[in-house]
Design a protein around this ligand. Structure first.
Ligand code: HEM
Length: 138
């Protein structure tokens, strides 16, 4: 079980690296002047590569979590609350994909300030999920 938990944590950390950095690229994309196509293309390429790289990692983080849950019969309200938050994170991840498509098609209208607040969502989720799984308050 400890090997599965080890891989679970490694993939979780890697997934969050992407969930933290991708919206930060969006902040920069939202600030690129309209005539700076080279900078826009460079940031778009970075975002596309990061999204493609971090998506299977997110799937593996969840897969190892489910393996722990069902393979070792973990129980408790903390696990249901945690899984609900993880479903929210998966939706956030998919939303990042849609925002990336908006930037690629030049139809993104959200301000860099909006993306700065958007960037804080995974931070709050990480804090609550870690408390749930380590402290198991209920
Ligand atoms: C559906 C997705 C997930 C499921 C079903 C799941 C399930 C589990 C289970 C059953 C454990 C073992 C708990 C224990 O040994 O006490 C665990 C450990 C852990 N999970 Fe997840 N997890 C999921 C996603 C995540 C995510 C997104 C995070 C991000 C913060 C996360 C962070 C952790 C951490 C830090 C541990 C180690 C806790 C410890 O050793 O005390 N998990 N997970």
């Amino acid at each position: 079980m400890l090997w599965i938990k080890t891989f679970h944590i490694v993939f979780v950390v890697s997934w969050f690296a992407g969930l933290f950095y991708l919206p930060r690229i969006f902040v920069n994309l939202a600030m690129v002047p309209a005539d700076s196509t080279a900078e826009r293309d460079r940031l778009l390429l970075m975002a596309r590569k990061l999204y493609r790289f971090v998506t299977p990692i997110g799937v593996l983080a969840v897969a190892f979590g489910l393996w722990l849950w069902f393979g070792y019969d973990f129980k408790g309200g903390w696990l249901h609350a945690k899984t609900t938050l993880v479903i929210g994170l998966a939706a956030y991840h998919a939303w990042c994909g849609m925002l990336l498509a908006e930037f690629a098609s030049g139809t993104s209208i959200k301000s860099h300030l909006w993306f700065r607040f958007f960037n804080e969502v995974p931070v709050i989720a990480l804090l609550i999920i870690t408390i749930l799984v380590v402290v198991k308050p209920f």
